[in-house]
Design a protein around this ligand. Structure first.
Ligand code: ATP
Length: 255
């Protein structure tokens, strides 16, 4: 299908076409399309832009990643399809960053497809293709991690994660930074530092912040972050945007 750049939702249509194509190749699972649709709905409500509190959260996230002993970013099928280039930029901006494949619906073939997508975008080292450890108290394949990566990480960046895994990581004492457009999701609520923003926008800002460090924090020194405040701000933005929509135009009383 040919998409016209003049269509008002051109970018969204291009992204959907890309994801549908990646479903056909096996990189993305059909459930990933549903997750994307949920994200799109929240992006719509947030105004399809990075809200100031999310931008601030991203700056603190960059500080946490630089202060970490072993920072790791976890990559699933949607993240590989939508933001492999941005993940490569993160790795370049922070050479100690581990990049680990993490699949809810895991098969050796899908793990290799994620790895291939990341390498094609310039990621140098991909962990988790053949997992070597498990997260305790988490059933199913989601518990499988890399002994050199998430298993030993102190700070985990988890874009588009599910709530159970976020809680399992936190229970192990790891600091969790999430990227999720839904401020109500269990992931956003469980994360130490929820970034309520669209994946590509958030990772682009994060790579920018990592490249322009403000001072060099000592390892283990983390700036404080008000997670509840960040979530409240995203919810208030959604509520404000909805109120603007339902307010009748001036001079036309609502029936
Ligand atoms: P939870 O278990 O945390 O409550 P969930 O069941 O709502 O999560 P999943 O389907 O596991 O969600 O994960 C998808 C999440 O990722 C959704 O909350 C959705 O808003 C978010 N999401 C999807 N696409 C994007 C995107 N491009 N950028 C940011 N967030 C996204």
């Amino acid at each position: 299908m040919r998409l016209s750049p003049r269509h008002p939702r051109y970018r969204s249509l291009v992204t959907r076409a890309l994801l549908a194509d990646r479903v056909r190749s096996g990189l993305v699972v059909p459930e990933g399309l549903i997750a994307h649709g949920r994200g799109e709905a929240f992006d719509y409500l947030l105004g399809e832009r990075t809200i100031p509190s999310a931008r601030r959260a991203t700056r603190v996230a960059a500080q946490w990643l630089r202060a970490a002993r072993r920072p790791v970013v976890s990559v699933n099928g949607n993240v590989a399809a939508l933001a492999a280039r941005e993940v490569a930029r993160l790795e370049r901006a922070l050479p100690g960053l581990g990049v680990e494949v993490n699949l809810f619906h895991r098969s050796p073939r899908r793990a290799r497809l994620v790895e291939r997508e990341l390498r094609a975008a310039g990621v140098r080292t991909v962990l988790g293709v053949r997992p070597t450890a498990r997260l305790p108290r988490l059933p199913s394949d989601r518990a499988r991690v890399d002994q050199r990566g998430i298993a030993v990480a102190d700070v985990c960046l988890v874009p588009l994660e599910d709530g159970d895994r976020t809680e399992a990581l936190r229970a192990l004492g790891k600091r969790v930074i999430s990227v999720d457009l839904n401020p109500l999701s269990r992931t956003s609520r469980a994360a130490d530092l929820p970034i309520v923003d669209e994946l590509v926008r958030a990772l682009t800002n994060l790579a920018h912040d990592l490249r322009s460090p403000r001072g060099n924090p000592a390892a283990g020194r983390f700036l404080p972050f008000d997670a509840a405040g960040a979530l409240q701000d995203a919810e208030a933005t959604i509520a404000r945007n909805l109120r603007k929509r339902v307010r009748p135009p001036p001079g036309r009383p609502r029936r």
